[in-house]
Design a protein around this ligand. Structure first.
Ligand code: ATP
Ligand code: MG
Length: 556
């Protein structure tokens, strides 16, 4: 294998080969969601892979709603899926399709199969069907109607379409091989009767095609070359190939399977997410604790961070699961250089500088991002009364605690050294005020070199501070600890959402939805688009600053 080959994943290698051998002279892919829920991080892998292949080979990418099942689909889901795919940057241009628009051609295809003697109308009930199907070790038995004449099959199928029979009375089966070792090939049902209203086609149809029959036709109609899907369809591929071959499509699409993306200990399945939403446990499909794409977006993740994550997780056929910490790594990497580092105190206690002039406010220079001078600097107000984090003061500090305690001196970030001179408590023993004195000689940027301090803490000036809600998140359900309790209820983490009233520097009060910041020492935050109001931002914590996560060793 050449160097270059080694770094290309197996789907790229397969496409390279197809193009080299002239099987296809272009690449066309699609993302085919069923509009029965919102998309999640797993779907992002499929979207980015399909779109990525079209991009890489100068081809095209379609968005196609697989709406052949009339039961569960909703237009709310169609809209949300479009929004999510677009947000991820996958551009379908003017190629937005609905599989239900192909019902006529699917029906024509069924007539064609019947005329070719490749499909027949069956009278078996569901139970009988199961009985005739055989098992993994035993072949199936032929349907008593298998050799019905073409004329009779045509007549019955047309009458099925015309609504003459109740649900389940008859089915149309492909005539393939009842003794195939692959059960999917044992004369699978390709049409069923269902007297149901369809959101797109209304009451036009009372027969609906089965997925395994419909999907290859959808791909073929659109001229898809590479139909990329997940591993559970591997055993269905022979049927996929059979359908496009028997219907004699001039350029049959090719199905290639890859493994699904799962996150370790995090609930990803549509089913679980749906349950959390429907039971009202979360604030809708876009709750920031969910790994739905809309939830990740609302939490503050960027499309770039998700792309990077999907890329690191890799494309392969082996089923594994990616660490949530890797997703966090990706968003930190993305936000590190571009976001301003702001002052916000999430768990405030008052700090009074007793030797600082009462009523005086001075404006200090704060660089927006030390690692990225291009982001410039801003002025932040400083005065006699500040807020600091409660955990940055201790009455009786343990060893190696370098923050404030009686007699200790620290640096207030971007400001002065302060030395703790005392504190006050309420009747319950809670610290209410910390007292200190400052040394005017030690102003940041003044070049003071008289002495050093070991701790630096952040703060906000009390009289100019804004008050803002912050939301801190933890995993909502730890899959490793079990999704369900013994009584069948969901095993929820009671600490998955913590809200705190924070004090923030004035600049943070003038923000708009999706603005992202680093709050020094507390993590990266993003302005919630749903619950923020003008002058009253709500900040969602995207991720904390620290992690023990290390990139997995790369083999290229
Ligand atoms: P779920 O498994 O969460 O119920 P789904 O498979 O029912 O999702 P579809 O709308 O049918 O959802 O999926 C659209 C496409 O996304 C399919 O091609 C499917 O294979 C792919 N897909 C679904 N889940 C994942 C995943 N975890 N990783 C990668 N691709 C996925
Ligand atoms: Mg599905």
């Amino acid at each position: 294998m050449s160097e270059e080959n080694a770094s290309r994943h197996f789907i790229e290698q397969a496409i390279d080969k197809d193009l080299a051998e002239g099987v296809y002279d272009h690449v066309m892919t699609r993302f085919p969601p069923e509009p029965n829920g919102y998309l999640h991080i797993g779907h992002a892998k499929s979207i980015l892979l399909n779109y990525g292949m079209a991009q890489e080979y100068g081809g095209k990418f379609n968005l196609r709603f697989d709406d052949t099942n009339p039961t569960k689909e909703k237009s709310e889901f169609v809209e949300s899926i479009k929004e999510d795919v677009a947000w991820l940057g996958a551009d379908w241009e003017d190629r937005l399709f609905f599989a239900s628009n192909y019902f006529d051609e699917m029906f024509e295809g069924a007539l064609k199969l019947i005329r070719k003697g490749k499909a027949y109308v069956s009278e078996l009930t569901a139970d009988q069907m199961r009985e005739y199907r055989g098992t993994l070790t035993e072949p199936g038995k032929n349907d008593p109607n298998r050799d019905r004449s073409v004329e009779e099959n045509l007549d019955l199928f047309l009458r099925m379409k015309a609504g003459e029979f109740p649900d389940g009375a008859l089915t149309l089966r492909a005539k393939i091989d009842m003794s195939s070792p692959n059960i999917n090939m044992r004369d699978p049902i390709i049409y069923r009767i269902a007297h149901m209203h369809h959101q797109n086609t209304g009451d036009k149809w009372c027969i609906y095609p089965m997925y395994d029959y419909a999907h290859p036709i959808e791909d073929a109609i659109e001229g898809i070359t590479h139909s990329l899907c997940t591993l559970e369809f591997e055993d269905h591929r022979p049927l996929y190939d059979w359908v496009v071959r028997e219907l004699e499509y001039p350029m049959p699409p090719r199905q290639i399977e890859f493994s699904k993306l799962y996150l370790t200990n995090v609930v990803t399945g549509k089913r679980y997410i749906k349950k959390l939403v429907e039971e009202g446990i979360v604030d809708g499909w876009d709750d920031p604790r969910l790994v739905s794409i809309s939830g990740l977006r609302r939490r503050g993740f960027t499309p770039e961070s998700i792309k990077k994550f999907v890329q690191l997780a890799g494309i392969s056929k082996s089923q594994g699961s990616a660490d949530y910490a890797m997703l966090e790594y990706c968003i930190r990497e993305d936000l590190k250089a571009g976001s301003s580092r702001m002052l916000a105190v999430l768990d405030p206690v008052r700090l009074v500088i007793d030797n600082y002039p009462e009523g005086q406010i001075e404006y200090l220079d704060a660089p927006n991002n030390l690692e990225n001078p291009e982001l410039g600097s801003r002025k932040i107000p400083f005065g006699r009364e500040l807020y600091i984090e409660r955990e940055d003061f201790m009455e009786e500090p343990p060893k190696k605690y370098y923050r404030l305690f009686p007699g200790n001196e620290v640096r207030l970030m971007y400001a002065y050294f302060v030395k703790c001179t005392g504190f006050e408590k309420d009747e319950n023993g809670n610290i209410t005020v910390v007292h200190c004195t400052y040394d005017p000689e030690t102003k940041s940027g003044s070049g003071f070199e008289g002495r050093k301090v070991k701790g630096t803490i952040h703060w906000v000036e009390a009289t100019t501070a804004g008050k803002a809600k912050t939301r801190l998140y933890e995993n909502i359900i730890d899959e490793e600890k079990g999704v369900y309790n013994e009584d069948g209820s969901l095993n929820l983490n009671p600490n998955s959402l913590t809200e705190k009233e924070a004090f923030v520097e004035p600049a943070l009060m003038e923000t708009k939805p999706f603005d992202r910041f680093q709050f020094v020492r507390n993590g990266y935050f993003s302005v919630d688009p749903k619950d923020s109001a003008e002058g009253a931002p709500v900040f969602n914590r995207i991720v904390t600053l620290k992690s023990s996560f290390r990139l997995p060793a790369q083999n290229n």
